[in-house]
Write a protein that binds this ligand. Structure first.
Ligand code: TYD
Ligand code: MG
Length: 466
């Protein structure tokens, strides 16, 4: 019987959601006008590749070209070998180094520093004796050389290739067999077996599928660079998230020099870890003490400035929360949140109004996380509320005070995770008072010279900082 299966489907450019018919709004990510038509992939090609990949990693099955069920004791774990990238900040996000045969997607806005980071990492790997191929579809060799000149010496063993044709790249990979390969960027690569233009959803997915097979069968580690696209016809890296082993996003403020690399998916380690870098004239440098970096330039004795502490993975970071509260000139009060969740800020202001009787509805309020950092952890609630309160009262909160805790709708201050790490981080940076949820007190070891003040409600915290 002829196969009457549909030959095309619609994919969301933003998140890769697949639908059999066109819809105006993506049901998965709610973006408008992002569905594009593309041919359906051949009978689950990717799924099969990944299943085979599993056995390739286990070191059995592939040579015969078929798979068979095995017990875990038959699986040799020799391949869980990890290579250091030369940057502790990146290794932590990767779960302890680079895994052989892994496929790592590095996403980020154009110009944020993805090529620079990968050039520096591959330079380190090549210097450590690994064979590395850097494939660029975006820049000429001259442009790459200019960048390389800024970051210092690049060893001979690091090879570059300017190419966008996937067949040529595959051939070279099969003959040269490098241990590590960078694809800069996946959106410029072209697979002649797919009809659509480079950067389209189907091109990006098919190309990744082919590279995935190379990664698993040949044990080549891939770093795929993907530009985050706001709008337009180019598929974003989110389309690939489910295919690859590890997804890292490189973020930061265009106007600030720090860059954060955040793990959002990791088959070889925990997610939520972050690494901090600074973009300098001579490339990216690790920031080993980000709290210090974030607090530099903090005003002393200013109202509306409160230091809080967030945790990503195992990394605590002190952040300055700034608030400016002033009377509304025209009937409707203005609210603005930069770097944090707008709705959360509005909610906290409603709690302050209702539970503490602060008449914020006739005041404009601007809340900002200093340094251009983005963070939405609920543990910031107490810091945000106290910063608003401090600005409203026009009374500063002690320079050596740090505050964290989640605020509930009844104005209660709720427990947060990893309180101890936060307190130790504050102590390390010389803070002497820490306002934290009372329910967290039990789990915290008191550092020397630090006063721990447990609060049960926002009211208690407000009275403390009169
Ligand atoms: P790049 O790595 O090309 O970004 P991406 O690959 O994510 O598009 O980095 C681009 C920016 O970084 C560019 O604006 C210049 C800046 N930069 C520095 O400030 N210092 C440096 O040493 C390098 C190499 C780049
Ligand atoms: Mg680039």
């Amino acid at each position: 019987m002829p196969n009457k299966k549909r030959m095309t489907a619609f994919y969301c450019r933003e998140c890769g959601y697949e639908s059999s018919r066109w819809v105006g709004q993506c049901p998965a990510c709610h973006a408008w006008n992002t569905m594009v038509e593309a041919p359906v992939r051949e009978s689950g090609g990717t799924a099969r590749t990944i299943a085979r990949g599993g056995t390739a990693r286990a070191g059995i099955g592939l040579s015969e070209g078929r798979t068979r069920p095995v017990s875990l004791s038959e699986v040799d774990d020799a391949q869980s070998e990890r290579w250091p990238s030369g940057y502790g900040e990146l290794d932590r996000v990767l779960g302890g180094g680079i895994v052989r045969g892994a496929m790592v997607l590095v996403g980020g806005d154009p110009g944020i520093g993805k090529s620079t980071l990968l050039l520096q990492v591959t330079r380190n790997l090549a210097s450590a004796g690994h064979s590395v191929l850097y494939v660029s579809g975006e820049e000429s060799l001259q442009q790459i050389k200019l960048r390389a000149r800024r970051i210092g010496d690049v060893p001979e063993s690091l090879k570059f290739l300017c190419e966008t044709d996937l067949d040529t790249i595959s051939e070279i990979l099969l003959s040269d067999r490098p241990e590590i390969c960078v694809i800069d960027s996946i959106q410029t690569m072209y697979n002649s077996s797919v009809d659509s233009a480079p950067g389209s959803v189907s091109q990006v997915r098919e190309t990744t599928g082919v590279l995935m097979r190379l990664a698993k069968e040949q044990g080549i580690t891939f770093f795929l660079i993907g530009h985050v696209t706001k709008e337009g016809t180019v598929a974003g890296p989110r389309v690939l998230e489910h295919m690859v082993d590890t997804v890292l996003y490189f973020e930061g403020d265009r106007y600030a020099s720090y860059r954060i690399i955040r793990g959002v998916k990791n088959r070889f380690g925990s997610t939520n870890e972050i690494g901090v870098f600074e973009m300098r004239g001579e490339g990216l440098q690790e920031v080993k003490n980000p709290s210090e970096f974030m607090l530099s330039g903090r005003p002393e004795g200013a109202s509306g400035s409160v230091v809080s502490c967030t945790v990503d993975g195992t990394r605590a970071m002190l952040i300055e929360v700034q608030a400016l509260v002033c009377p509304t000139n025209f009937g409707y009060p203005k609210r603005q949140a930069t770097g944090t969740d707008y709705n959360r800020v509005s909610l906290l202001m409603a709690v302050l109004e209702k539970r503490l009787g602060i008449p914020l509805s006739s005041y404009d309020a601007y809340v900002n996380l200093a340094g251009g950092i983005r963070q939405t952890e609920p543990a910031l609630d107490l810091g945000i509320s106290l910063a608003v309160l401090s600005s409203f009262r026009n009374r500063p909160i002690g320079d050596r005070t740090v505050a964290f805790g989640e605020v509930g709708l009844s104005g209660e201050v709720r427990m947060v995770s990893m309180a101890d790490i936060r307190v130790q981080e504050a102590a390390k940076l010389g803070f002497t008072t820490c306002i934290l949820p009372a329910s967290n007190l039990k789990g915290v070891k008191k550092p020397e010279g630090m006063e721990l003040v447990g609060v049960r409600s926002l009211k208690e915290a407000a009275d403390l900082t009169q």
